[in-house]
Ligand binder design. Structure first.
Ligand code: PMP
Length: 460
Protein backbone atom coordinates (compact mmCIF):
# COMPACT_ATOMS: atom_id res chain seq x y z
CA UNK A 1 0.00 0.00 0.00
CA UNK A 2 1.34 3.41 -1.00
CA UNK A 3 0.16 5.04 2.18
CA UNK A 4 2.24 2.67 4.24
CA UNK A 5 5.30 2.99 2.06
CA UNK A 6 5.28 6.74 2.70
CA UNK A 7 4.90 6.48 6.46
CA UNK A 8 6.67 4.63 9.22
CA UNK A 9 3.90 2.84 11.17
CA UNK A 10 5.82 2.95 14.45
CA UNK A 11 6.27 6.71 14.16
CA UNK A 12 2.57 7.30 13.42
CA UNK A 13 1.45 5.08 16.28
CA UNK A 14 3.83 6.85 18.70
CA UNK A 15 2.56 10.28 17.60
CA UNK A 16 -1.03 9.11 17.97
CA UNK A 17 -0.47 7.65 21.43
CA UNK A 18 1.33 10.78 22.58
CA UNK A 19 -1.03 13.44 21.22
CA UNK A 20 -4.36 12.26 19.85
CA UNK A 21 -7.45 12.37 22.04
CA UNK A 22 -9.70 9.80 20.34
CA UNK A 23 -13.47 10.03 20.23
CA UNK A 24 -15.38 7.73 22.58
CA UNK A 25 -12.26 6.06 23.94
CA UNK A 26 -11.03 5.15 27.41
CA UNK A 27 -7.38 6.02 26.85
CA UNK A 28 -6.16 3.82 29.68
CA UNK A 29 -6.58 0.93 27.20
CA UNK A 30 -3.89 2.44 25.00
CA UNK A 31 -1.31 1.86 27.71
CA UNK A 32 -1.37 -1.83 26.78
CA UNK A 33 -2.57 -1.78 23.16
CA UNK A 34 -2.08 0.29 20.02
CA UNK A 35 -4.77 2.43 18.45
CA UNK A 36 -6.20 0.98 15.25
CA UNK A 37 -5.22 3.37 12.49
CA UNK A 38 -7.04 2.97 9.20
CA UNK A 39 -4.88 3.95 6.26
CA UNK A 40 -6.67 2.95 3.08
CA UNK A 41 -10.09 2.03 1.75
CA UNK A 42 -11.51 0.60 -1.48
CA UNK A 43 -15.14 -0.30 -1.97
CA UNK A 44 -16.29 -2.00 1.20
CA UNK A 45 -12.79 -2.82 2.43
CA UNK A 46 -10.32 -0.95 4.61
CA UNK A 47 -6.70 -1.63 5.56
CA UNK A 48 -5.18 -0.73 8.91
CA UNK A 49 -1.63 0.42 9.59
CA UNK A 50 -0.46 -3.14 10.19
CA UNK A 51 -1.54 -3.97 6.63
CA UNK A 52 -4.51 -6.07 7.75
CA UNK A 53 -7.59 -6.07 5.49
CA UNK A 54 -11.10 -5.70 6.92
CA UNK A 55 -14.63 -5.82 5.56
CA UNK A 56 -16.28 -2.70 6.92
CA UNK A 57 -19.89 -3.49 7.86
CA UNK A 58 -20.45 -0.09 9.47
CA UNK A 59 -19.51 2.29 6.62
CA UNK A 60 -16.74 4.18 8.35
CA UNK A 61 -17.73 3.33 11.92
CA UNK A 62 -20.82 5.50 12.12
CA UNK A 63 -22.77 4.50 8.97
CA UNK A 64 -21.52 7.28 6.74
CA UNK A 65 -19.69 6.04 3.64
CA UNK A 66 -22.82 5.05 1.70
CA UNK A 67 -21.08 4.87 -1.70
CA UNK A 68 -17.97 3.09 -0.41
CA UNK A 69 -14.28 4.03 -0.31
CA UNK A 70 -11.92 5.19 -3.04
CA UNK A 71 -14.39 7.17 -5.18
CA UNK A 72 -12.01 9.10 -7.39
CA UNK A 73 -14.93 10.83 -9.16
CA UNK A 74 -15.88 12.59 -5.92
CA UNK A 75 -12.27 13.46 -5.10
CA UNK A 76 -11.69 14.83 -8.64
CA UNK A 77 -14.85 16.95 -8.59
CA UNK A 78 -13.94 18.41 -5.19
CA UNK A 79 -10.38 19.13 -6.30
CA UNK A 80 -11.55 20.91 -9.46
CA UNK A 81 -14.05 22.97 -7.48
CA UNK A 82 -11.52 23.92 -4.79
CA UNK A 83 -9.02 25.38 -7.21
CA UNK A 84 -11.75 27.45 -8.91
CA UNK A 85 -13.62 28.77 -5.87
CA UNK A 86 -13.13 27.12 -2.50
CA UNK A 87 -15.10 29.31 -0.17
CA UNK A 88 -17.32 32.28 0.33
CA UNK A 89 -19.71 32.23 3.28
CA UNK A 90 -22.43 34.39 4.75
CA UNK A 91 -25.34 35.30 2.49
CA UNK A 92 -23.53 34.63 -0.81
CA UNK A 93 -24.46 31.61 -2.89
CA UNK A 94 -22.54 29.10 -5.01
CA UNK A 95 -23.17 27.11 -8.19
CA UNK A 96 -22.85 23.79 -6.41
CA UNK A 97 -25.08 24.98 -3.54
CA UNK A 98 -27.83 25.94 -5.99
CA UNK A 99 -27.56 22.75 -8.04
CA UNK A 100 -27.43 20.48 -5.02
CA UNK A 101 -30.38 22.17 -3.25
CA UNK A 102 -32.50 21.83 -6.37
CA UNK A 103 -31.56 18.21 -6.90
CA UNK A 104 -32.10 17.33 -3.26
CA UNK A 105 -35.63 18.70 -2.97
CA UNK A 106 -36.55 16.86 -6.19
CA UNK A 107 -36.10 13.71 -4.11
CA UNK A 108 -38.21 15.10 -1.27
CA UNK A 109 -41.71 16.00 -2.53
CA UNK A 110 -43.35 18.53 -0.21
CA UNK A 111 -40.02 20.06 0.86
CA UNK A 112 -38.56 23.14 -0.74
CA UNK A 113 -35.64 24.86 1.03
CA UNK A 114 -32.17 23.67 1.93
CA UNK A 115 -30.05 25.24 4.69
CA UNK A 116 -26.44 24.01 4.60
CA UNK A 117 -24.26 23.21 7.61
CA UNK A 118 -21.45 20.83 8.55
CA UNK A 119 -22.57 18.11 10.94
CA UNK A 120 -25.70 16.30 12.00
CA UNK A 121 -25.69 18.07 15.35
CA UNK A 122 -25.43 21.43 13.68
CA UNK A 123 -28.29 20.70 11.26
CA UNK A 124 -30.46 19.69 14.22
CA UNK A 125 -29.51 22.87 16.08
CA UNK A 126 -30.67 24.86 13.04
CA UNK A 127 -34.00 23.04 13.13
CA UNK A 128 -34.43 23.70 16.87
CA UNK A 129 -33.68 27.39 16.31
CA UNK A 130 -36.20 27.58 13.47
CA UNK A 131 -38.87 26.08 15.73
CA UNK A 132 -38.03 28.50 18.54
CA UNK A 133 -38.07 31.50 16.20
CA UNK A 134 -41.47 30.50 14.82
CA UNK A 135 -42.70 30.24 18.43
CA UNK A 136 -41.46 33.77 19.11
CA UNK A 137 -43.00 35.18 15.96
CA UNK A 138 -46.43 33.62 16.28
CA UNK A 139 -46.95 32.39 19.81
CA UNK A 140 -45.24 34.91 22.10
CA UNK A 141 -42.40 32.38 22.57
CA UNK A 142 -44.78 29.95 24.28
CA UNK A 143 -44.88 27.15 21.70
CA UNK A 144 -41.17 26.48 22.08
CA UNK A 145 -40.91 22.98 23.54
CA UNK A 146 -39.29 20.29 21.46
CA UNK A 147 -40.25 16.69 22.07
CA UNK A 148 -37.73 13.92 21.47
CA UNK A 149 -37.99 10.18 21.96
CA UNK A 150 -36.35 7.92 24.48
CA UNK A 151 -33.43 6.05 22.79
CA UNK A 152 -33.19 8.54 19.90
CA UNK A 153 -30.00 10.56 19.43
CA UNK A 154 -29.71 13.92 17.72
CA UNK A 155 -26.15 14.99 18.30
CA UNK A 156 -23.37 15.99 20.59
CA UNK A 157 -23.86 19.69 21.33
CA UNK A 158 -25.60 20.72 24.54
CA UNK A 159 -28.94 21.46 22.86
CA UNK A 160 -28.78 18.18 20.91
CA UNK A 161 -27.87 16.28 24.06
CA UNK A 162 -30.85 17.97 25.74
CA UNK A 163 -32.92 16.30 23.02
CA UNK A 164 -31.10 13.03 23.63
CA UNK A 165 -32.88 9.87 24.65
CA UNK A 166 -29.66 7.93 25.32
CA UNK A 167 -29.13 9.05 28.87
CA UNK A 168 -25.59 7.91 29.46
CA UNK A 169 -24.51 10.39 26.83
CA UNK A 170 -25.83 13.45 28.65
CA UNK A 171 -25.57 12.32 32.30
CA UNK A 172 -22.27 14.11 32.93
CA UNK A 173 -22.90 17.27 30.95
CA UNK A 174 -25.82 18.85 32.75
CA UNK A 175 -27.54 21.07 33.29
CA UNK A 176 -29.28 20.38 30.00
CA UNK A 177 -30.99 23.14 28.02
CA UNK A 178 -34.60 23.73 29.09
CA UNK A 179 -37.61 23.15 26.85
CA UNK A 180 -36.79 19.60 25.66
CA UNK A 181 -39.25 16.92 26.74
CA UNK A 182 -38.94 13.15 26.33
CA UNK A 183 -41.59 10.81 24.91
CA UNK A 184 -41.43 6.99 25.17
CA UNK A 185 -39.70 4.74 22.63
CA UNK A 186 -41.56 2.45 20.21
CA UNK A 187 -39.60 -0.81 20.43
CA UNK A 188 -42.26 -3.51 20.08
CA UNK A 189 -39.86 -6.25 21.19
CA UNK A 190 -39.80 -4.56 24.60
CA UNK A 191 -43.44 -3.49 24.72
CA UNK A 192 -44.07 -5.52 27.88
CA UNK A 193 -41.45 -3.44 29.77
CA UNK A 194 -43.60 -0.40 29.01
CA UNK A 195 -46.79 -2.05 30.23
CA UNK A 196 -48.22 -1.80 26.70
CA UNK A 197 -51.17 -3.91 25.52
CA UNK A 198 -50.28 -6.89 23.32
CA UNK A 199 -52.26 -5.58 20.31
CA UNK A 200 -51.92 -2.42 18.22
CA UNK A 201 -48.59 -1.51 19.80
CA UNK A 202 -47.80 1.05 17.09
CA UNK A 203 -50.91 3.07 17.82
CA UNK A 204 -50.39 2.72 21.56
CA UNK A 205 -46.80 3.99 21.28
CA UNK A 206 -47.94 6.98 19.22
CA UNK A 207 -50.68 7.67 21.77
CA UNK A 208 -47.96 8.02 24.41
CA UNK A 209 -46.66 11.01 22.46
CA UNK A 210 -50.08 12.62 22.51
CA UNK A 211 -50.32 12.06 26.26
CA UNK A 212 -47.09 14.04 26.70
CA UNK A 213 -48.38 16.85 24.45
CA UNK A 214 -51.60 17.03 26.48
CA UNK A 215 -49.67 16.97 29.75
CA UNK A 216 -47.31 19.75 28.66
CA UNK A 217 -50.11 21.75 26.99
CA UNK A 218 -50.35 21.76 23.16
CA UNK A 219 -49.84 25.53 23.11
CA UNK A 220 -46.35 24.98 24.57
CA UNK A 221 -45.17 22.28 22.14
CA UNK A 222 -43.55 23.52 18.91
CA UNK A 223 -42.06 20.38 17.39
CA UNK A 224 -41.60 16.66 17.61
CA UNK A 225 -38.13 15.47 16.58
CA UNK A 226 -37.81 11.77 15.70
CA UNK A 227 -35.44 9.45 13.92
CA UNK A 228 -37.36 7.54 11.21
CA UNK A 229 -35.68 4.36 12.46
CA UNK A 230 -33.86 4.77 15.76
CA UNK A 231 -30.21 4.06 14.98
CA UNK A 232 -27.71 3.99 17.86
CA UNK A 233 -30.53 3.43 20.35
CA UNK A 234 -31.18 -0.08 19.03
CA UNK A 235 -32.20 -0.17 15.31
CA UNK A 236 -35.84 0.37 16.22
CA UNK A 237 -38.17 0.18 13.22
CA UNK A 238 -41.44 1.83 14.27
CA UNK A 239 -44.30 -0.67 14.19
CA UNK A 240 -47.32 -0.62 11.88
CA UNK A 241 -49.79 2.11 12.73
CA UNK A 242 -47.19 4.30 14.43
CA UNK A 243 -46.32 6.86 11.80
CA UNK A 244 -49.89 7.50 10.58
CA UNK A 245 -50.92 8.28 14.10
CA UNK A 246 -47.86 10.44 14.80
CA UNK A 247 -48.64 12.49 11.69
CA UNK A 248 -52.23 12.91 12.79
CA UNK A 249 -51.22 13.94 16.33
CA UNK A 250 -48.82 16.59 15.00
CA UNK A 251 -51.49 17.97 12.65
CA UNK A 252 -54.15 18.17 15.36
CA UNK A 253 -51.90 19.94 17.85
CA UNK A 254 -50.13 22.17 15.34
CA UNK A 255 -46.77 20.58 16.17
CA UNK A 256 -44.04 20.66 13.50
CA UNK A 257 -42.71 17.24 12.57
CA UNK A 258 -38.92 17.24 12.37
CA UNK A 259 -37.39 14.00 11.08
CA UNK A 260 -33.71 13.39 11.79
CA UNK A 261 -32.38 11.55 8.71
CA UNK A 262 -28.73 11.91 9.71
CA UNK A 263 -28.36 8.11 9.56
CA UNK A 264 -31.25 6.93 7.38
CA UNK A 265 -30.88 9.56 4.65
CA UNK A 266 -29.37 8.92 1.20
CA UNK A 267 -30.50 5.40 0.57
CA UNK A 268 -29.59 3.66 3.79
CA UNK A 269 -33.01 1.97 4.12
CA UNK A 270 -33.66 1.52 0.38
CA UNK A 271 -35.47 4.81 -0.30
CA UNK A 272 -33.81 8.22 -0.52
CA UNK A 273 -34.98 8.97 3.01
CA UNK A 274 -36.17 6.74 5.82
CA UNK A 275 -39.42 8.67 6.35
CA UNK A 276 -40.41 7.81 2.77
CA UNK A 277 -40.75 4.17 3.83
CA UNK A 278 -43.66 5.15 6.04
CA UNK A 279 -45.47 7.75 3.90
CA UNK A 280 -44.68 10.52 6.41
CA UNK A 281 -44.92 14.21 5.45
CA UNK A 282 -42.39 16.07 7.57
CA UNK A 283 -42.08 19.86 8.00
CA UNK A 284 -38.33 19.74 8.63
CA UNK A 285 -35.76 17.09 7.68
CA UNK A 286 -32.14 17.08 8.81
CA UNK A 287 -29.41 14.92 7.26
CA UNK A 288 -25.64 14.53 7.31
CA UNK A 289 -23.62 11.32 7.15
CA UNK A 290 -24.51 9.80 3.75
CA UNK A 291 -25.03 13.19 2.09
CA UNK A 292 -21.44 13.18 0.89
CA UNK A 293 -20.47 9.74 2.24
CA UNK A 294 -17.67 11.26 4.34
CA UNK A 295 -15.84 12.79 1.35
CA UNK A 296 -16.71 16.25 2.69
CA UNK A 297 -18.33 17.64 5.83
CA UNK A 298 -21.83 18.65 4.87
CA UNK A 299 -25.22 18.54 6.54
CA UNK A 300 -28.57 20.05 5.63
CA UNK A 301 -31.70 21.25 7.29
CA UNK A 302 -34.48 21.01 4.71
CA UNK A 303 -37.89 22.61 5.24
CA UNK A 304 -41.25 23.04 3.56
CA UNK A 305 -41.98 26.33 1.79
CA UNK A 306 -44.46 27.02 4.61
CA UNK A 307 -41.75 26.90 7.28
CA UNK A 308 -39.42 28.98 5.11
CA UNK A 309 -42.06 31.66 4.44
CA UNK A 310 -42.24 32.43 8.15
CA UNK A 311 -38.76 33.92 7.86
CA UNK A 312 -39.42 36.16 4.86
CA UNK A 313 -41.28 39.19 6.24
CA UNK A 314 -39.24 42.21 5.06
CA UNK A 315 -41.30 44.57 7.25
CA UNK A 316 -40.08 42.77 10.39
CA UNK A 317 -36.34 43.26 11.07
CA UNK A 318 -36.38 40.21 13.37
CA UNK A 319 -37.93 37.89 10.76
CA UNK A 320 -34.75 36.67 9.06
CA UNK A 321 -33.22 33.45 10.31
CA UNK A 322 -30.40 34.95 12.39
CA UNK A 323 -28.05 32.05 11.97
CA UNK A 324 -24.72 31.55 10.25
CA UNK A 325 -22.18 28.79 9.87
CA UNK A 326 -18.59 29.63 8.92
CA UNK A 327 -18.03 26.36 7.14
CA UNK A 328 -21.57 26.02 5.80
CA UNK A 329 -20.08 27.92 2.87
CA UNK A 330 -17.45 25.37 1.89
CA UNK A 331 -17.91 24.38 -1.73
CA UNK A 332 -16.50 20.91 -1.11
CA UNK A 333 -19.77 19.90 0.62
CA UNK A 334 -22.35 20.37 -2.13
CA UNK A 335 -19.85 19.37 -4.85
CA UNK A 336 -19.19 16.04 -3.13
CA UNK A 337 -22.90 15.65 -2.39
CA UNK A 338 -23.83 16.06 -6.07
CA UNK A 339 -21.31 13.40 -7.12
CA UNK A 340 -22.54 11.18 -4.30
CA UNK A 341 -26.12 11.44 -5.60
CA UNK A 342 -24.87 10.67 -9.13
CA UNK A 343 -23.25 7.48 -7.89
CA UNK A 344 -26.30 6.41 -5.89
CA UNK A 345 -28.44 6.82 -9.01
CA UNK A 346 -26.03 5.56 -11.65
CA UNK A 347 -25.21 2.38 -9.74
CA UNK A 348 -28.77 1.71 -8.53
CA UNK A 349 -27.63 1.69 -4.91
CA UNK A 350 -31.06 2.36 -3.39
CA UNK A 351 -32.33 -0.80 -5.04
CA UNK A 352 -29.21 -2.66 -3.95
CA UNK A 353 -29.79 -1.48 -0.39
CA UNK A 354 -33.34 -2.79 -0.51
CA UNK A 355 -32.51 -6.13 -2.15
CA UNK A 356 -29.26 -6.91 -0.36
CA UNK A 357 -30.77 -5.63 2.88
CA UNK A 358 -33.67 -8.10 2.61
CA UNK A 359 -31.26 -10.95 1.89
CA UNK A 360 -28.92 -9.95 4.72
CA UNK A 361 -31.80 -9.67 7.20
CA UNK A 362 -32.88 -13.17 6.22
CA UNK A 363 -29.37 -14.47 6.90
CA UNK A 364 -29.27 -12.74 10.29
CA UNK A 365 -32.66 -14.24 11.13
CA UNK A 366 -31.12 -17.61 10.26
CA UNK A 367 -28.65 -17.02 13.13
CA UNK A 368 -31.60 -17.05 15.53
CA UNK A 369 -32.10 -20.77 14.75
CA UNK A 370 -28.51 -21.51 15.74
CA UNK A 371 -27.91 -19.13 18.61
CA UNK A 372 -30.29 -18.80 21.57
CA UNK A 373 -28.60 -15.50 22.38
CA UNK A 374 -29.91 -13.86 19.16
CA UNK A 375 -33.23 -12.60 20.51
CA UNK A 376 -34.50 -10.25 17.81
CA UNK A 377 -33.45 -9.15 14.33
CA UNK A 378 -34.60 -5.71 13.15
CA UNK A 379 -33.86 -3.43 10.27
CA UNK A 380 -34.66 -2.09 6.83
CA UNK A 381 -32.45 -1.92 3.76
CA UNK A 382 -28.76 -2.21 4.57
CA UNK A 383 -29.37 -1.20 8.16
CA UNK A 384 -29.82 -4.04 10.61
CA UNK A 385 -29.52 -4.94 14.26
CA UNK A 386 -29.43 -8.19 16.22
CA UNK A 387 -30.48 -7.80 19.84
CA UNK A 388 -28.68 -10.26 22.10
CA UNK A 389 -30.44 -11.62 25.17
CA UNK A 390 -29.32 -14.05 27.85
CA UNK A 391 -32.84 -15.50 28.07
CA UNK A 392 -35.35 -15.48 25.23
CA UNK A 393 -38.33 -15.79 27.59
CA UNK A 394 -37.48 -12.91 29.93
CA UNK A 395 -35.55 -11.02 27.21
CA UNK A 396 -32.87 -10.25 29.79
CA UNK A 397 -30.25 -8.24 27.84
CA UNK A 398 -27.00 -10.11 27.18
CA UNK A 399 -23.97 -9.08 29.22
CA UNK A 400 -22.53 -5.90 27.69
CA UNK A 401 -18.97 -7.16 28.04
CA UNK A 402 -19.85 -10.24 25.97
CA UNK A 403 -21.51 -8.09 23.31
CA UNK A 404 -18.23 -6.20 23.05
CA UNK A 405 -16.38 -9.52 22.83
CA UNK A 406 -18.51 -10.41 19.79
CA UNK A 407 -17.49 -7.13 18.15
CA UNK A 408 -13.82 -7.81 19.02
CA UNK A 409 -14.03 -11.41 17.74
CA UNK A 410 -15.35 -10.19 14.38
CA UNK A 411 -12.62 -7.53 14.22
CA UNK A 412 -9.99 -10.20 14.80
CA UNK A 413 -11.48 -12.10 11.86
CA UNK A 414 -11.28 -9.03 9.64
CA UNK A 415 -14.92 -7.86 9.87
CA UNK A 416 -15.79 -4.53 11.48
CA UNK A 417 -19.27 -4.47 13.03
CA UNK A 418 -20.80 -2.20 15.68
CA UNK A 419 -22.92 -2.38 18.82
CA UNK A 420 -25.48 0.05 20.18
CA UNK A 421 -24.57 2.76 22.62
CA UNK A 422 -25.34 2.44 26.28
CA UNK A 423 -28.67 4.20 26.11
CA UNK A 424 -30.19 2.74 29.22
CA UNK A 425 -27.85 0.61 31.34
CA UNK A 426 -28.49 -2.99 30.37
CA UNK A 427 -29.53 -2.13 26.84
CA UNK A 428 -26.13 -1.99 25.20
CA UNK A 429 -26.86 -5.33 23.63
CA UNK A 430 -27.63 -4.90 19.94
CA UNK A 431 -25.14 -5.69 17.17
CA UNK A 432 -25.34 -3.11 14.40
CA UNK A 433 -24.71 -3.44 10.66
CA UNK A 434 -24.76 -0.62 8.13
CA UNK A 435 -22.33 -1.39 5.31
CA UNK A 436 -21.82 0.75 2.23
CA UNK A 437 -24.76 0.39 -0.15
CA UNK A 438 -22.52 -1.33 -2.71
CA UNK A 439 -22.43 -4.50 -0.56
CA UNK A 440 -22.77 -7.82 -2.40
CA UNK A 441 -24.03 -11.20 -1.19
CA UNK A 442 -20.44 -12.31 -1.03
CA UNK A 443 -19.46 -9.45 1.32
CA UNK A 444 -22.54 -9.84 3.47
CA UNK A 445 -22.14 -13.60 3.60
CA UNK A 446 -18.66 -13.09 5.08
CA UNK A 447 -20.11 -10.73 7.69
CA UNK A 448 -22.73 -13.31 8.68
CA UNK A 449 -20.05 -16.02 8.89
CA UNK A 450 -17.94 -13.85 11.21
CA UNK A 451 -20.92 -13.09 13.46
CA UNK A 452 -21.92 -16.77 13.48
CA UNK A 453 -18.42 -17.78 14.60
CA UNK A 454 -18.25 -14.99 17.19
CA UNK A 455 -21.62 -15.85 18.75
CA UNK A 456 -20.62 -19.50 18.87
CA UNK A 457 -17.29 -18.79 20.60
CA UNK A 458 -18.34 -16.00 22.96
CA UNK A 459 -21.58 -17.61 24.13
CA UNK A 460 -20.39 -21.24 24.05
N1 PMP B 1 -28.62 12.40 14.52
C1 PMP B 1 -28.42 11.06 14.48
C2 PMP B 1 -29.61 10.18 14.28
C3 PMP B 1 -27.14 10.54 14.61
O1 PMP B 1 -26.95 9.21 14.61
C4 PMP B 1 -26.05 11.43 14.75
C5 PMP B 1 -24.61 10.93 14.83
N2 PMP B 1 -24.39 9.63 15.09
C6 PMP B 1 -26.31 12.81 14.81
C7 PMP B 1 -27.60 13.25 14.68
C8 PMP B 1 -25.20 13.79 15.03
O2 PMP B 1 -24.44 13.91 13.90
P1 PMP B 1 -22.94 14.50 14.01
O3 PMP B 1 -22.13 13.51 14.74
O4 PMP B 1 -22.55 14.68 12.56
O5 PMP B 1 -23.03 15.81 14.70
Amino acid sequence: MDTLRQNDPAEIIAADKAHVWHHMMQHKHLETTDPQIIVEGKGLRVWDITGKEHIDAVAGGVWTVNVGYGRTEIADAVRDALVTMNYFAGSKGSIAGARFSQRLVEKMPGLARVYLANSGSEANEKAFKMVRQIAHKHHGGRKHKILYRNRDYHGTTVACLSAGGQHERNAQYGPMAPGFVEVPHCLEYRAADQGAPTENYGEWAADQIEQVILREGPDSVGALCLEPITAGGGIIVPPTGYWDKVQDICARHNVLLHIDEVVCGMGRTGTWFGYQQFGVKPDIVTMAKGVASGYAAISCCVTTEDVFQQFTDASDPMALFRDISTFGGCISGPVAALENMDILEREGLLKNSEEMGAWFKGQLEGLMDKHEVAGDVRGMGLFAGVELVSDRETKQPADEAKVQQVVAHCLKNGVIIGATNRSVPGYNNTLVFAPALIATKDDLGRVVEAVDAALGDVFA
